[in-house]
Design a protein around this ligand. Sequence first.
Ligand code: FAD
Length: 538
Amino acid sequence: MLNRDQEALAAPLLTRREDLLARLQAPGQWDLVVVGGGATGLGVALQAAREGLTVALLEANDLAQGTSSRSTKLVHGGVRYLAQGHWPLVREALHERRGLLDRAPHLAQPLAFVMPTYRWGEQAFYGAGLKLYEWLAASASLGKTRFLGRQATQASIAGVRTQGLRGGVQYWDGQFDDARLAVALARTAAREGACVINHVTVKSLIYEEGRVVGVRAQDAEQGAEFELRASCVVNATGVWVDGLRLADGRQRGQALPDLVSPSQGVHLVVDASFWPGDKALLVPKTADGRVLFAVPWLGKVLLGTTDTARADAPREPRPAHEEVDLILKEASRYLRKAPVRQDVLSAWAGLRPLVKAEATLSPPSGATQNISREHHVEVSASGLVTVTGGKWTTYHAMAEDVLRQARKQAGLKMPMRAMAEAYRLVGAPSPGSPAAGLTLPAGAHLYGSEQDWVKALPGGDTELTPGLTEGMVRFAARHEYARTVEDVLARRSRCLFLDAALAKALAPRVAEILAEELGIDPGLANFEALADDYARCP
Ligand SMILES: Cc1cc2nc3c(=O)[nH]c(=O)nc-3n(C[C@H](O)[C@H](O)[C@H](O)COP(=O)(O)OP(=O)(O)OC[C@H]3O[C@@H](n4cnc5c(N)ncnc54)[C@H](O)[C@@H]3O)c2cc1C
């Protein structure tokens, strides 16, 4: 393993697709094949590679294209679980929160939240809960929970509605750039020897004597199909896990019920003037009983979210008119300057993979193990390991649970290294170096220790828009697995999520650079249609 200085100096690995495909198609057997390149699958691949296993990860679309780029961007313990008495769950997540912030300080940082109070007794009630939250974090605490008077609340969150304001409570959690963190996980896994590839779909599982022994995959760009053999296959396809899981059941003649019920969460992005400053707003209980956040992020403000059950799980879910109404209506109750539809710069939705309680209580799948926390891991009678649920913040704990099960069922070798050792992700600046806040607009700071590599590329100083250079687009193509305009403008840069009209305007130039770098059609027309959707607030 590289030491810290070597890591900082090491040239970024190339993510040349021909090389990755050749590696995947070479004869041989992997210890682990992971299906799905969101937070969960990437966490598993990274941890497996760190533990000395040979691992391949296949993602059908782009890294984090599913739920993992559509979160509220909070690295958190889950304040809402306190009220339900799930203290051990919260304590574990708070511990994971600390670990995540330490591993990638350029992409994940502490953030102060303020909860304004308007009714008598609210401050004492919520304040006590948030004190408990701080206490549960113990040495992983990010800062003190403080009670604020009316004036101090106004001074710390200038955008709050002041009519009837009594005071507030300030507490600490974290925020991050979810899609860039996913890419950092992938690149770190690759540095540790994993073979990660996007735009490759797993079509089916391969069986021998009733056991899963590999996957059949298809290159989404060229259409070629190939097979991978593995001692263990991990189904980490998020809200889509039931696809492979139910097919696995059918193979054994079993009709399984679904494990996941998707729940849609919508975010609206508005200009920073609607919520100025560098602290987030938490409303613990809206009129319809949800949690509302206003989070300053990369120079804009995220408002969200909703929680709407869905029967389907489209690749690109869209916000419903009523969901937008709900967010705008609640925002107008707490924000001094209330946004309206015309103010929304980008509107997007993600699907939570909620695990059905009944499926975890009596697993009908022939599961041999069943860890029921916020996430769920099960091993089918044919050896398929399925993991879903949980949250971004706990990706590492989920990976450890998965590997424990994978080892047991496939007899994989034990870790070769001392895994308690802390690790940092590719691009993490050396400890102690100043990190620019994630509330500030995007820029070179998001590249951490790799900024000089990005600047040294052709067009390293040529801005397409403030915070996005030609060099960054080339870096995305050469070192960050980007293949399409969408990969670049939605997930390497977050422009689509922040300002969809701007993303559309930048797309033609990004397409030219990608065509030059990769020699393929980078899907400009598709992206322009997508950007129109994000810009159109239903
Ligand atoms: C609105 C919302 C807000 C949230 N906010 C937070 C937050 O602030 N903090 C937090 O910690 N958590 C948050 N979460 C939860 C968190 O985002 C999810 O738990 C996490 O992203 C799930 O990751 P995943 O890898 O399991 O799923 P995904 O990210 O969906 O990844 C699954 C991947 O599998 C791929 N796939 C599917 N089928 C195949 C196939 N056949 N072959 C290959 N690949 C396939 C998909 O393309 C997809 O990329 C939020 C979730 C939502 C919906």
